[in-house]
Design a protein around this ligand. Structure first.
Ligand SMILES: *[C@@H]1O[C@H](CO)[C@@H](O)[C@H](O)[C@H]1NC(C)=O
Ligand SMILES: *[C@@H]1O[C@H](CO)[C@@H](O)[C@H](O)[C@H]1NC(C)=O
Ligand SMILES: *[C@@H]1O[C@H](CO)[C@@H](O)[C@H](O)[C@H]1NC(C)=O
Ligand SMILES: [Cu+2]
Length: 352
């Protein structure tokens, strides 16, 4: 990021005054593509880069004892920040930068030359059967599939029981089959090596991730309304597409369903890239207005109409709100204003 910003300043200094800042800043944006449109070779190079990041030394093990790799820096920072960055107005800006840093690290530390792909789950959520066959779950050209069925109906550790869950055990195939997830479940950043579990809930996914849901979310006419639709409620019933992706794949027991430790499943970044694509799409339906439309509370659950039955004091998030990433992202903070556009201020990507 710093390098990109510095080089863009250098470019500005020599560019004619009439040049458009966005072009000087980012003339060749990375083009993020849907997983199934990538060639087998492109899929393999992405999956290898993720595995490489999981072997690259981390930077934050002094703060988070469970960190074993650069990949783990992301999981740890998410665990640490969960209660500050979900059900707040900067939920989407925070995750936009989080995914962009991941993409940047895959490229700079692991020689990955592509963009972060995304998973358009609405293409698979056409039926429960189709969802189970989603290309992202492929054992060779994907992230592997479900775990074996584990009955969790009476498991007290389950936060929300997801109807129709079909798995719950350790994944049995794919490139992450033998990987030990370093931290989680839950809030702990202590080292707790464990297998990656998935607990796919195909009916739930088909009802929360289908194109009707996407169209409804995209039809919101201001950011606050859009964001509330994206984030949904806490219960399984009240989930929308954010919770639908996490719990449609993670069910009762999967890592990705854990609001804290979910980045332990590499599909987290595929899901969040798609959510970022939909925010980008929503913004560009009315770019003049929406490039600067932001809102919602800076404090978890503090929605004005008492959406979640709580009533903490709060301020509304503005473009000047400073988001924290500790040492994950360069610099002491990132302003919301700097991530409103995906081709400015060091961000440099778009969506196909
Ligand atoms: C990346 O490429 C450089 C130059 O070819 C090489 O020295 C380095 O080992 C590669 N790194 C990884 C993680 O593959
Ligand atoms: C599609 O999503 C909508 C909104 O969540 C839901 O009401 C509907 O039942 C879903 N359709 C199917 C076939 O699951
Ligand atoms: C935050 O914004 C909402 C919606 O515009 C408004 O109703 C509310 O009064 C604002 N809250 C504060 C603390 O400014
Ligand atoms: Cu999150």
């Amino acid at each position: 990021m710093r390098l990109a910003i510095l080089s863009s300043l250098a470019l500005l200094a020599i560019a004619p005054p009439s040049s458009v800042f966005a072009e000087a800043d980012c003339s060749e944006p990375l083009v993020r593509k849907e997983w199934r449109t990538l060639s087998s070779e492109e899929k393999q190079s992405y999956l290898s880069a993720v595995q490489c990041l999981q072997k690259t030394p981390g930077k934050t093990s002094d703060s988070y004892p469970g960190v074993q790799s650069r990949y783990d820096d992301f999981q740890a920072e998410h665990i640490q920040m969960t209660d500050l960055v979900h059900f707040v107005g900067f939920f989407q800006p925070w995750h936009r930068m989080f995914v962009a840093q991941y993409e940047s690290d895959l490229r700079s530390w692991c020689n990955y030359t592509g963009a972060q792909p995304y998973w358009d789950w609405s293409l698979d959520a056409v039926s429960p059967e189709a969802f189970l066959k989603a290309p992202v779950f492929d054992a060779v050209d994907g992230f592997g599939g479900n775990g074996p069925y584990v009955d969790s109906a009476n498991d007290p550790s389950v936060v929300a029981h997801i109807p129709g869950k079909t798995g719950g055990g350790c994944i049995t195939d794919g490139p992450f089959k033998d990987r030990k997830v370093s931290m989680g479940p839950g809030k702990s950043t202590k080292l707790n090596p464990h297998c990656l579990r998935r607990d796919i809930a195909p009916e739930f996914a088909a009802s929360k991730l289908n194109s009707t849901m996407v169209d409804w979310v995209l039809s919101a006419d201001n950011f606050l309304e859009f964001d509330i639709r994206v984030q949904g409620g806490i219960s399984a019933d009240a989930a929308t597409y954010h919770g639908g992706g996490h719990r449609g794949v993670g069910g009762d027991l999967g890592e990705i369903a854990d609001i804290y430790s979910s980045p332990g499943d590499p599909l987290f970044f595929m899901h969040h890239a798609n959510m970022d694509r939909l925010w980008h799409k929503w913004q560009h339906l009315d770019w003049d207005t929406r490039q600067s439309d932001i809102g919602g509370p800076d404090t978890q659950f503090a929605y004005p109409f008492d959406f979640f039955g709580t009533n903490p004091s709060y301020a509304n998030v503005t473009l000047n709100y400073k988001m924290t990433y500790h040492n994950l992202v360069p610099g002491p903070f990132v302003k919301v204003r700097d991530v409103m556009e995906t081709q400015k201020h060091g961000l440099c990507y778009t969506y196909e």
